[in-house]
Design a protein around this ligand. Structure first.
Ligand code: ZN
Length: 204
């Protein structure tokens, strides 16, 4: 399986940016060695001094396909979970400045904790109005709603499947809302979709 992810999708001031909607989302991948499941702790890596949390809704792919048009995209995912796209911001900033790729900032071991539970799509009344949030040490750090995106789930599937064949079991990180910040050893991260707790794990 593979993990596909998209870059900036939620914007804090979407109305101001409506005229600047890019044609395509930023796309990157993580290997399966990035996954952490079952509330396993995240161990701070030695190579970064600035690991940021990015809470994101995660789609589970249920059907193989490529060149999927937005109108059929809903057939290709069947459940939604919650994950963290851990990002070594210092390494990423350095890479961006030099025009280099992001892998070591985004795809390192343990950089993709995900909820063990995924909620079936048919349990959501409206995919364009899903609330989710992240608490760090019981304080709300990030809050998102899928009505704040530039690219909705169907558009994400459309763009990704132009480049990468989607396969059953692939996971898609769909972008993070505002409020990303550093984590430190001892932090407890708790993620919610609506009021349902999806994960709770410690930074060690
Ligand atoms: Zn992200």
């Amino acid at each position: 399986m593979k993990i596909l992810a998209i870059g900036r999708n939620y914007v804090a001031h979407i109305q101001e940016l409506q005229n600047e909607i890019p044609d395509e989302p930023v796309i990157f991948l993580k290997p399966d060695t990035a996954l952490l499941r079952n509330n396993e702790p995240f161990y701070m890596p030695s190579f970064s001094q600035d690991i940021h949390h990015e809470v994101e809704l995660v789609l589970r792919v249920c059907k193989e396909g490529k060149f999927i048009s937005p109108e059929f995209a809903h057939k290709y995912f069947d459940a939604i979970g919650l994950g963290i796209d851990f990002t070594a911001r210092d390494i990423q900033n350095n890479a961006k400045a030099k025009g280099l790729p992001w892998e070591t900032a985004k795809a390192f071991n343990g950089s993709a904790p995900i909820s063990s539970n995924f909620i079936p799509v048919n349990e959501f009344s409206d995919l364009k109005n899903i609330n989710f949030h992240l608490e760090v040490n019981n304080e709300i750090r990030q809050k998102g709603n899928t009505n704040l995106v530039l690219f909705d789930f169907n558009q994400i599937i459309y763009h990704l499947s132009k480049y990468f064949t989607l396969k059953v079991g692939d996971l898609i990180f769909t972008g993070t809302p505002a409020g990303v910040a550093s984590v430190k050893i001892g932090d407890v991260l708790k993620g919610f979709i609506e009021q349902k707790e999806m994960f709770e794990f410690e930074v060690k």
